[in-house]
Design a protein around this ligand. Structure first.
Ligand SMILES: NC(=O)c1ccc[n+]([C@@H]2O[C@H](COP(=O)([O-])OP(=O)(O)OC[C@H]3O[C@@H](n4cnc5c(N)ncnc54)[C@H](OP(=O)(O)O)[C@@H]3O)[C@@H](O)[C@H]2O)c1
Length: 228
């Protein structure tokens, strides 16, 4: 085997530090388990630690993709009231993941209705940062996890300013940090049935290029998985 760059994500065998691993959940297939770590840990780390309380109103923008589908389920597991924003074709899916309310982003701009949220997870799509600010309640928090470059850049540039000058907080979460503690927490949630990976399509390893092209179209429903 040649020198590893650390960027070889698709292989039948791969090496990783023991401190980044956890046993496969008993009730998940290998493919489901493989679909979990980065997306679920990103969703988990997007939830501000120690500040989530049952009954809070949480909105997930981009609720139907890899990260968003876990964000909805993890937020629900904390006892919050979740609104999922996705396109029409994914509304039923979002409900099946436990979302209390759904908004079709092709029909309604949630930053322009009068509803306010304690926490917004901006996972996908784009809204101007002032739109997110307007949609938070007076002490609300908006965490930008991803989405358009403009959305991320605005959160990096203006998030700190908005957060310093008022009681609402907005910021980019940074890059998710894989670690065993969070992985074990996710494993517990999986084994308790609180979260379940949503696999849109399973590809054989030989069709990896096709899977990447499908992912790049930006409309995966949950995760695309590669089987060895
Ligand atoms: N911070 C980090 O460490 C970290 C880690 C992983 C990923 N990310 C970022 O997080 C984002 C999401 O990643 P992902 O893997 O979940 O992506 P993904 O699975 O490819 O997202 C696909 C989903 O996005 C939805 N979507 C597309 N346009 C949308 C819009 N305008 N509004 C709302 N939803 C929209 C699609 O729904 P429809 O088909 O219904 O349109 C689809 O279900 C990306 O920007 C990624 O770069 C960040």
């Amino acid at each position: 085997m040649g020198k590893r760059s650390g960027l070889e994500p698709f292989a039948e065998y791969a090496c990783a530090g023991a401190d980044l691993l956890a046993l496969k959940p008993a009730n998940a297939t290998f493919e489901e388990s493989a679909a979990v770590p980065l997306a679920a840990i990103t969703a988990l780390q997007g939830l501000p630690k120690g500040q989530i309380r049952p009954g809070q109103r949480v909105l997930v923008n981009g609720a139907s993709g890899g990260v968003g589908s876990f964000a909805v389920q993890i937020a629900k597991s904390f006892g919050t009231e979740v609104t999922a924003v996705c396109s029409r074709q994914n509304l039923d899916n979002a409900r099946s993941m436990g979302a209390d309310h759904v908004i079709d982003y092709t029909q309604e701009d949630f930053t322009r209705n009068r509803l306010r949220y304690d926490l917004i997870l901006a996972v996908n799509g784009h809204h101007p940062i002032l739109g997110y600010r307007r949609t938070l309640n007076s002490t609300g928090i908006c965490v930008v996890l991803g989405g358009s470059v403009a959305q991320i850049v605005q959160s990096l540039l203006f998030g700190p300013l908005i957060s310093r000058t008022g009681s609402r907080k907005i910021g980019f979460m940074g890059i998710a940090k894989p670690n065993q503690k969070d992985l074990l927490l996710i494993k517990d949630l999986l084994e308790a049935g609180s979260i379940k990976p949503m696999i849109d399509r399973l590809y054989p390893l030989s069709d990896t290029a096709e899977a990447i092209l499908a992912l790049e179209e930006g409309h995966a429903r949950g995760k695309l998985a590669i089987a060895g």
